[in-house]
Design a protein around this ligand. Structure first.
Ligand code: OSB
Ligand code: MG
Length: 367
């Protein structure tokens, strides 16, 4: 497929309620939409980098610069038969996986549209309802946390994940576990602890958690392996995994027993699938993480979640949890904790709400 043009668009979308993690509070989501004009089709994707480099070193601004100065010159006007060929042309760009992923994902979408098939089919998935959970940001109080968890369970979500941080861990987790004895529960520390905090993390073993997500440093595997020997709760790796090699090393070392796959973090669908395959070879389940996506990124995540080793509920909750008005014409709402894979046309199966997108656009560039 020949790439005729790359269109970048930055949008700023207010969140319905601020999302607090151990590293930041998100109130307005600044993100990039990428449209790849290729082979007469329009491939669409969302770049998940955030405005502040607290989860990853990438930001909305670095992604824009990398796409404009280094990605576009290597691909616009060129032809690629497969995502692998496209990735090979971008291999000189070290890191900046979220920026590269956006273009790679848009290429898959364009290719699926050209073939007239849904994206999940091209990815090698099997159409099925996707079980989803919620990720609850750090709340004002323990009571507010219990209320939010209870509401999520009442709405049918299949798992509740609580964001934790030093000083905000055992108390909220104990309260939610007491109020909801049977709910599949997990926690996400976003790298906020050190190995010297092992005692606190060991206390979490009392609450029958599905996993504790990324307790230690964002670039660590070795200390996670030491910690995993000291706690019974499975560790789930998020920030530490950027490639199939990272997945292999992490699982070989015993740094964790579960992997959160985020397409943006691992440079696109191709590598997301490889991480999925490595985990399967180790007998480790994966699930699809979220980055507070709009309907565009959420749709992509749902297609990916149809691969067979995505056996734990993902962070692909209803769009209405995040936005008063999303950027797409379709509604991606979970019913009884299940999301339907979008199928309004081939590819990612959703279309932009042009008026809404225009209203929140802060800059555009066509290359
Ligand atoms: O670590 O999974 C994470 C949001 C932004 C950055 C990192 C993470 C998250 C979430 C929210 O947990 C998941 C979602 O609901 O999109
Ligand atoms: Mg996480």
């Amino acid at each position: 497929m020949k790439i005729e043009a790359l269109e970048l668009r930055e949008v700023s979308l207010p969140m319905r309620t601020p999302f607090r993690t151990s590293f930041a509070v998100e109130t307005d989501r600044r993100l990039l939409l990428v449209t790849l004009h290729a082979g007469g089709e329009e491939g669409l994707a969302e770049c998940v980098a955030g405005s502040f480099p607290g989860y990853s070193p990438e930001t909305t601004d670095t992604a824009w610069t990398i796409l404009e100065r280094h990605v576009a010159p290597r691909i616009v006007g060129a032809s690629f038969a497969t995502p692998d060929e496209l990735l090979a042309a971008l291999a000189p760009i070290r890191g900046h996986d979220m920026a590269v992923a956006a273009v790679e994902m848009a290429f898959w979408d364009a290719q699926a549209k050209a073939l007239g098939v849904p994206l999940w089919q091209l990815l090698g998935g099997h159409e099925r309802p996707v079980p989803v959970g919620v990720s609850l940001g750090i709340q004002e109080s323990v009571e507010a946390t219990v209320d939010a968890a209870r509401r999520a369970v009442d709405e049918g979500y299949r798992r509740v994940k609580l964001k934790i941080a030093p000083g905000w861990d055992v108390a909220p987790v104990a309260a939610v576990r007491e109020a909801l004895p049977d709910v599949p529960l997990s926690v996400d520390a976003n790298s906020a602890y050190r190995l010297t905090d092992a005692r606190v993390l060991h206390q979490l073993d009392a609450f029958d958690l599905q996993y504790v997500e990324q307790p230690l440093a964002h670039d660590d595997l070795v200390d996670h392996a030491t910690l995993q020997e000291q706690v019974t709760t499975p560790i789930c790796l998020d920030e530490s995994i950027h490639s199939p090699e990272d997945a292999r090393k992490g699982l070989e070392l015993g740094a964790g027993r579960v992997i959160n796959v985020k397409v943006g973090r691992v440079r696109g669908f191709r590598r997301a699938r490889m991480v999925h395959d490595v985990a399967r070879a180790f007998g480790a389940p994966v699930w699809c993480g979220g980055m507070l996506e709009t309907g565009v990124g959420r749709a992509a995540n749902l297609h990916l979640s149809t691969l067979e080793n995505f056996t734990l509920p993902g962070d692909t909750a209803s769009g209405s949890r995040y936005w008063t008005r999303d950027l797409i014409e379709q509604e991606l709402e979970a019913v009884d904790g299940l999301q339907t894979v979008p199928a309004d046309g081939p590819g990612i199966g959703v279309t932009l709400d042009r008026a809404r997108v225009d209203a929140v656009t802060t800059r555009t560039l066509t290359l």
